[in-house]
Design a protein around this ligand. Sequence first.
Ligand code: ADP
Length: 443
Amino acid sequence: MLRPTRQIRLRALAEIALSLLPGALIALLGDVVWGLAAMLAGALFQLHRHLVAIDALVAWARSPLGTPVPAASGVWDLIFSEINRRSRLMKDQRERLSMALDRFVEAGQAMPDGVIYMGPGNAIEWVNPRAEAHFGIVATRDAGAALTNLVRDPDFVAYLEADDFSEPLVMNPLRKPGLTLMVQIVPYAESRCMLLSRDISHLERLETMRRDFVANVSHELRTPLTVVLGFIETLADDDDALSREDRRHFLGLAREQAERMHRLILDLLVLSALETGAPSPTEDEVDMPELLDRVLSEGRALSAGRHRLTLAIEGPRWLRGSAKELHSAFANLVSNAVRYSDAGGSIRLRWRAVEDGVAFSVQDQGEGIEARHIPRLTERFYRVDRGRSRESGGTGLGLAIVKHVLGRHQGRLEIESAAGQGSTFRAILPARRLLSPASDEAA
Ligand code: ADP
């Protein structure tokens, strides 16, 4: 197959030859003048055709992109189809490039981090929605403006100007209170850079929680330890001066404090076992009436006759879950009801089927809780009345343990209470934790 240029050249030569041929034949047959005239006419005809085709080509070159190349005859047909082929190739290429660019932009838009492309002088060229939200800028309005004119936080401006981007910057944007961002600049090409911003507010919150937790535990341990140390010193210094009675009294008080620390450590161990990715609860087949009877007896022992505790079992017998964890959660609810109710009050324990599963509820006639405290009760060490909690042997971790245990069983805790009107704590477990009626009967 001939290459297109060769083909075009041969075709052009053939057309010239054809247009000159009649004149040449006339000249050969003896009429040189007419022959030359015919050859001239042939050449002029060719010239005219070429000029018309060139005009068409120029008009096409000036027409909008994508206009099809006009039709032509002869050699120009070959030329135009060649141009057509190339323009189609370019169009395909353009489309592929534009699709790649679209995909690139879409990926940038979908990034979970903020992205800003900047030109010389930190002029904004492109911003994704996340960066718009992080810095309070609008891509369409602010393109071309220097980012440092819009985000004026001194730390941020200094970071951009220092030109040392080996470490990221952690900042709290003035325009976005409560937000903590980690910002990293990535320079590329000449005097261009990409800014990446990540919302690390939740990490900050976790860090604050961790610090608070350590401070709380230290505080909780320090008080009883100080008391115990004081008693030990008194006993060591004045042992002879103390009567048997006083010694027994001091030892009793020291023991109370040691027990308080012991309870705290035990609760902390339970909580940390529940929190630190402990494996999902063992799937025992728990005999709920048996477990609840135990919880009731322990509650009565704690109450020591000061309250009237009753238990109504109206729900299914068998539940799949961790007997140990469920016992710890339910016992905590009963212990709270006893500890936060004055003597003489009734405490009703109830096990029954509810709409979306099964519920264990503990209703007391105790001091109740103001609505504003309720959402925070399951936070570690959150107490409404610190003094009463301590006096009654509370660690501030009971409801945090309840919440974790229920979470591990895909359940939830509901609290209904009002100050002075008693409380109802309801632990709800999902229906799928119940053993099927058939196995229930078999068991
Ligand atoms: P604590 O060891 O202090 O009892 P919890 O985590 O078990 O800790 O409970 C957190 C707080 O919730 C308690 O300090 C108390 O103020 C409140 N609370 C819990 N249960 C009851 C209840 N039945 N009645 C009144 N207040 C309660």
